[in-house]
Design a protein around this ligand. Structure first.
Ligand code: 5AD
Length: 342
């Protein structure tokens, strides 16, 4: 079905693989074996802190869009973010992911203080706080941030502009280029099953992510949220999301690929299925208390009523039960291509 080390970046072939439900098991097995060969059996855990659900954007799909007046908004104090991160470090997490809505209360100075405090611990820090200016991205990097996640969501520009009113696809792309240029490990990704998104468009997304030379790809199904304009839409399936993720593994054999929470939300074993179809990273939620339920990007978010320790132990057991190990290092992307050797 494929060449031994992946597949050619050919849009038609990719679209055919994405569409082929009858051969998906074969695809998953191939992605699993490429994953094992390139990044090994270790599953890297990232502790995810959702530190603010305040957002200036109004994305049609997202539960915390600014137009959703039913959300109870919260914003964690600097010390609270740092304390949560330290507890996650105490639990053994080697990467802390700081995610929020696009909340400009967290100025460059505030974010830098948080990053510097967390970097006193032996952890990698990943930011996922959206579009900022170059000087801010630079300040965060200088403060010690190692990685940045920002999904492009879709490369269909018309679709993007319909779904993300007031935002610019080009601007988002330019932010991703700045982040890469500043030497962050770069994570991006897409949603699968957006209304009006075709298979060909998903194939183009995967090629875009390859060209962007990302280090991490987050791929998850779109799940309609009842308090958004897309409430009545169908949403993406777990199967197509898994096929998309598996093809991503074949296109970029040595990157980090998380088994996403959205996958787990569609099926109780969604993340395990993902780990057996190309994924090598899991991002357990370490947000504490009431905040967890309030960061509702989509309904039925897996783990919303668990505690951090509980989330960590459930996923740890599941990982071991499928014969995989838990990564003990930072789990940075290790390039195996020419760029790594030169
Ligand atoms: N369903 C699935 N994923 C969503 N995201 C936002 N809203 C939804 C939804 N309704 C994803 C976006 C965003 C990430 C943080 O969460 O891809 O980049």
């Amino acid at each position: 079905m494929f060449e031994p080390d992946g597949i050619a970046p050919d849009k038609e072939k990719i679209a055919a693989l994405l569409a082929d439900e009858s051969r998906q098991e074969e695809l998953f097995q191939q992605a699993d074996s490429v994953r094992r060969r390139y990044v090994g059996d270790a599953v890297h855990l990232r502790g995810l802190i959702e530190f603010s659900n305040i957002c200036r954007n109004n994305c049609m799909y997202c539960g915390i869009r600014c137009g959703n007046k039913q959300v109870c908004r919260y914003r964690m104090a600097e010390e609270e973010v740092v304390a949560t991160a330290c507890r996650a470090a105490d639990m053994g997490f080697k990467t802390i992911v700081l995610q929020s809505g696009e909340d400009i209360y967290y100025t460059s100075d505030r974010m830098c203080r948080i990053i510097e405090a967390i970097k006193k611990r032996d952890v990698a820090v990943t930011l996922s706080i959206g579009e900022r200016e170059y000087k801010e991205y630079k300040a965060f990097r200088d403060a010690g941030a190692d990685r940045y996640l920002m999904r492009i969501e879709t490369t269909d520009k018309d679709l993007y502009h319909r779904l993300d009113p007031g935002m610019s696809w080009q601007h988002r792309y330019e932010c991703l280029l700045m982040i890469r240029e500043l030497g962050y490990e770069l994570g991006s990704g897409i949603m699968v099953g957006l209304p009006g998104q075709s298979i060909e468009s998903i194939a183009a997304d995967l090629l875009f992510l390859k060209d962007l030379r990302i280090d991490m790809a987050g791929i998850g199904p779109f799940i309609p949220h009842p308090q958004t304009p897309l409430a009545k839409e169908k949403g993406g399936t777990l199967e197509l999301s898994l096929r998309t993720m598996a093809v991503m593994r074949l296109l970029l054999p040595d990157i980090n690929i998380p088994a996403t929470t959205a996958m787990e939300s569609l099926h109780p074993d969604g993340r395990i299925k993902a780990l057996r179809a190309g994924a090598n990273v899991v991002m357990p939620n370490v947000t504490e208390g009431e905040y967890r339920k309030l960061y509702e990007l989509y309904p039925g978010k897996a783990g919303a009523d668990e505690t951090p320790l509980h989330s960590r132990s459930i996923i740890g057991e599941k990982i071991k039960s499928i014969g995989r190990t838990i990564g003990t290092g930072y789990g940075s992307r290790r390039r195996t291509d020419v760029a790594a050797r030169s």
